[in-house]
Ligand binder design. Structure first.
Ligand SMILES: N[C@@H](CCC(=O)N[C@@H](CS)C(=O)NCC(=O)O)C(=O)O
Length: 243
């Protein structure tokens, strides 16, 4: 049996982490049953979630989870795609994970209003009066990470410009197809879904969400994947039906 280490549902989504949602979807796409464990963060081999325990084999990082599934179970997430489509899917996935992700971190942790509605609640289990100190320390670490990575050095409006360019690219790539590369989901859909769902989430009150909401195809994409793989929506505003 596979155990997937997660944070647990948040923001009306199966998990607040797009990487955890990616691992969930990879396992679901591959038809592999798994159990969730929400208490594994302290033992995460890379200090991050997700990771899996597959009958004693620990695999950390969502992309290595994908490679593990492909190798051990012989499942090709991109079956039926040509080399150019595979390359395009990989590029879209990494655009989200290595670029758009930092906009999500800046939105959630850097803007007080979003922090209060979102990440501040991650710390509910920590007793008072310790909680504000832990919140302050973690937030300071994340701000420093954003500086070192570089995204945090852009002005707020530059960050929005970059994130909206990514979101517009995703919407253009998806077009009117049900999934990024056609009629059936590919590996990149597992990753891209988590970002689309997070940026559309009402827990983020920002210009980026407003820009994402202009793309009805992205809203339908999120709703389709939530319905097909997570048993339906979780109280998020749905898109009007396609014309
Ligand atoms: N490259 C990793 C990224 C995972 C990641 O960044 N996880 C974040 C949550 S979205 C995390 O666990 N952060 C905790 C920390 O950095 O302390 C993957 O694909 O799994």
């Amino acid at each position: 049996m596979i155990t997937l280490y997660t944070f647990g549902p948040f923001f009306g989504l199966p998990d607040p982490s797009p990487f955890v949602m990616k691992a969930m979807l990879l396992l679901k796409f591959a038809g592999l049953p798994f159990v969730e464990n929400r208490k594994g963060f302290a033992r995460a081999p890379k200090g991050k979630l997700p990771y899996i325990d597959d009958d004693g084999t620990i695999v950390a990082d969502s992309t290595f989870v994908r490679f593990h599934i492909e190798k051990k179970y012989g499942f090709d997430f991109d079956a039926g795609l040509g080399p150019e489509q595979r390359a395009c899917a990989w590029a879209a996935e990494k655009m989200c994970e290595e670029h758009l992700y930092w906009a999500l971190v800046a939105e959630r942790w850097g803007i007080d209003e979003n922090f209060a509605k979102g990440p501040a609640r991650f710390f509910r289990a920590i007793p008072m009066p310790l909680r504000p100190l832990v919140q302050f320390t973690v937030r300071r670490k994340i701000r420093k990470t954003l500086q070192l990575q570089g995204f945090g050095r852009h002005s707020r409006s530059e960050q929005v410009t970059l994130a909206v360019a990514d979101i517009n690219a995703l919407a253009a790539l998806l077009g009117e197809k049900p999934f990024l590369m056609g009629e059936r989901p590919c590996g990149a859909d597992a990753a891209v879904f988590g970002f689309v769902a997070n940026f559309l989430d009402p827990a983020l009150a920002t210009e980026i969400r407003a820009a994402a909401e202009k793309h009805q195809n992205l809203i339908r994409y999120r709703d389709r994947i939530l319905a097909d793989y997570f048993g339906g929506g979780v109280g998020l505003p749905a898109a009007p039906p396609a014309k």
